[in-house]
Write a protein that binds this ligand. Structure first.
Ligand code: ZN
Length: 170
């Protein structure tokens, strides 16, 4: 079974997801389908269940070259120091539009993984953004909601240029 991503503008994306009570076979299969979908798309590093129409606090995330399932995340610590990163979202132009978002640079988060193990992780920079982007989805928040209007969004090509310029300055 393949999943279909719900796009910005659909009201379900503004809804709050409920905690997962049991990570059963049905949910496990859904997570697997979400991971397969994520693997099939360039630039995809995370999908929240709400984005496939399921209002449960579960996301699949791509961290350190591996896909894993993040269930019922709880933030234990957030850095007061913020960092800016380019963020995209599968619900916005299939992940091909990016905006600059400020979020805590470091965080400690606890969640249950696909093996039903409760784990605590520390993340920084891009990964801190990824985790918080996913938790926002669970609370009905899109990254656009964190940006000032009018939104300054750039395409994939623009972003590559920006990164190249940054590299040449170094
Ligand atoms: Zn997203």
């Amino acid at each position: 079974m393949s999943v279909k991503i719900i796009l910005e503008g659909n009201k379900i994306l503004k809804k709050k997801s409920l905690p997962v009570k049991i990570f059963d076979k049905k949910l496990r299969n859904l997570a697997q389908d979400m991971i397969e979908y994520g693997k099939s798309v360039d630039n995809c590093v995370g999908i929240a269940a709400v984005q496939v129409g399921v209002l449960l606090r579960m996301s699949v995330i791509y961290v350190e070259d591996e896909w894993e399932v993040m269930i019922n995340p709880k933030i234990l610590f957030e850095d007061t120091k913020l960092s800016s990163e380019w963020e995209g979202c599968m619900s916005l132009e299939d992940g091909n539009l990016f905006g600059r978002v400020k979020r805590p640079n470091k965080l400690i988060v606890e969640y249950v993984n696909e093996n039903n193990k409760r784990r605590t992780y520390q993340f920084e920079g891009f990964y801190s953004h990824l985790i918080l982007h996913e938790i926002d989805h669970m609370n009905g928040i899109m990254f656009l909601d964190l940006m000032k209007k009018p939104y300054k969004l750039v395409s994939n090509d623009d972003l590559e240029k920006i990164y190249k310029e940054k590299d040449s300055i170094k």
